[in-house]
Design a protein around this ligand. Structure first.
Ligand code: NAD
Length: 474
């Protein structure tokens, strides 16, 4: 683990196995943080916060840009680690590294932006302004699915805003978190500014409970996110939650059906469906429904499943074979209640075949639950209003897509769909580090990216300056 600029084995000497999802083999052993380690990491971040916040904008910017260059120079090593630890396929892993580099540059660019306002006042002689200040220590809890991208999105903006950071990476992908610390160290990040603690939920709970940690930034499941919302409420702590999804892509009658099939296929099969924004629901207007189902199923059958190191592979392994059992349970429930599996519905270990269902109804678990695998359901909408109603019939609200050339309908959909993000003529998957990202309903609270992160990770202070003497009434 990485605490206060030092590499440690951890106070308990406890280790867990880090398993390659594709092979099921252990490729590393990773120390596990204990309560004492967490205390030390928080203390280090707390002690480092003053000097880091006081660092000149240009110096902090230079450091983040240096880190960006170092991450870029380590592209191949990071790619290989992501493939090995996370099971990312060849097309996804380097994209994730490039995103992390872009994120660092984007965060560096935020440092010189103005972070306060001035106000006219109704009190004579007063100059009135707000200033934004860092919170101090921020705790980050990240998921397994895009460990570099999601960890970086939290760290880069937190540091840019002048905070120090303690990261608890997913227990399934701790090495990516540790590799980040190593590269930040090479960039010259002062001791204590970033600390990385491999461990399970207990580490996250301790971060939430410690009053020196002023904010928790979390990405993960809605189930855990809701627990954290309650815990952060109890400890009166700021929290940003990026949670799960059941995102819809809508295809209207006028769409180019082949394009719509390609968009929807990318949106569910990329990273074997382990993307929060995956379009796990495809809603097709009646006029295109039959031809869409036929073409989409045909495309799903061509998707190559297998070794994530092969450039031809589209669907690699799920993060754990046990997750395949969970999805098989959802499919068994759906078929028992009348759903039809057109292709897929089976797996070999963690390798799950692209799966397409129709006839899914609200009584089936898969109608409302995230699968987090390469599994999607196609629904028939009688008309546009029905499509909007189906799209909104979910407790989630992360992303949405619509494929149509009807500008009126497209924009009306953007306004009516209950989601934090909507993409016209596109799939549901999109993420750029400087653009406001986040969900509504059961998909999250707060926003990440660019200015949104800078706001979430700072607090506003109203400052006035009385010129001359104020006239008091007594
Ligand atoms: P998860 O919720 O199981 O775990 C996420 C992190 O929370 C892990 O580090 C875990 O150790 C920690 N954790 C678990 N219980 C905790 C507790 N009680 N207190 C503190 N920390 C705790 O999620 P996962 O399986 O790693 O990731 C997949 C989920 O993440 C999916 O639901 C996916 O949709 C979601 N996700 C959302 C986004 C987004 O931006 N909205 C992005 C990626 C993934």
């Amino acid at each position: 683990m990485y605490i206060n600029g030092q590499w440690r084995l951890g106070s308990s000497g406890l280790h867990t196995d880090d398993v390659n999802p594709a092979t099921g083999l252990v490729f590393a052993q990773v120390a596990q943080a204990t309560e004492d380690d967490v205390q030390e990491a928080i203390a280090a971040a707390y002690a480092a916060r003053g000097a880091w916040a006081a660092m000149l904008a240009g110096e902090r910017e230079a450091l983040l840009l240096r880190a960006a260059d170092i991450f870029a120079a380590n592209r191949d090593a990071l790619r290989d680690l992501i493939i090995q630890e996370n099971g990312s396929v060849w097309i996804k892993a380097p994209w994730e590294v490039d995103y992390a580099v872009d994120c660092l540059r984007s965060a560096a660019g935020c440092i010189r932006q103005p972070h306060g306002e001035t106000f006219p006042t109704t009190t004579p002689g007063v100059v009135s302004m707000t200033i934004r200040q860092p919170l101090g220590v921020i705790g980050g809890i990240s998921p397994f699915n895009s460990p570099l991208l999601l960890g970086m999105k939290k760290i880069a903006f937190a540091l840019a805003a002048g905070n120090t950071f303690v990261l608890k990476p997913s227990e399934l992908t701790p090495l990516v978190g540790l590799k980040m610390a190593e590269l930040f160290e090479q960039a010259g990040l002062p001791a204590g500014v970033l600390n990385v603690l491999p461990g399970d939920a207990a580490v996250g709970k301790q971060l939430v409970a410690d009053e020196r940690v002023r904010m928790i930034t979390f990405t993960g499941s809605s189930k855990v996110g809701r627990v954290l919302a309650a815990e952060c409420g109890k400890h009166f702590k700021r929290v940003c939650l990026e949670m799960g999804g059941k995102s819809p892509i809508v295809v209207l009658n006028d769409a180019d059906v082949d394009y719509a099939v390609d968009a929807a296929a990318f949106g569910i099969f990329f990273h074997q469906g382990q993307v929060c924004m995956s379009n796990s629901r495809i809603i097709v207007e009646r006029g295109l429904y039959d031809v869409f189902v036929e073409k989409f199923v045909a495309k799903a059958k061509t998707i190559v499943v297998g070794d994530p190191r092969s450039p031809d592979t589209v669907v690699g392994p799920l993060v754990r074979a046990s997750h395949a059992q969970f999805i098989m349970g959802q499919i068994a429930d759906a078929t028992a209640k009348g759903a039809v599996v057109h292709t897929g519905g089976r797996h070999e270990g963690p390798f799950f075949q692209p799966t397409v269902l129709t006839g899914v109804t609200p009584e089936m678990a898969i109608y409302g639950e995230e699968s987090f695998g390469p599994v999607t359901s196609i629904y028939c909408a009688e008309d546009f209003d029905h499509a909007v109603a189906l799209a909104n019939d979910t407790s989630f609200g992360l992303s949405a897509g619509i494929v149509t050339n009807d500008l009126q309908r497209a924009f009306e959909f953007a306004q009516r769909v209950e989601s934090g993000m909507v993409h016209i003529n596109d799939t549901t998957i999109a993420d750029e580090p400087h653009i406001t990202f986040g969900g509504v309903k059961n998909s999250g609270l707060g926003r990440e990216g660019g200015e949104a992160s800078m706001h979430e990770m700072t607090e506003v202070k109203w400052v006035t300056f009385q010129l001359g003497k104020r006239q008091f009434p007594f």
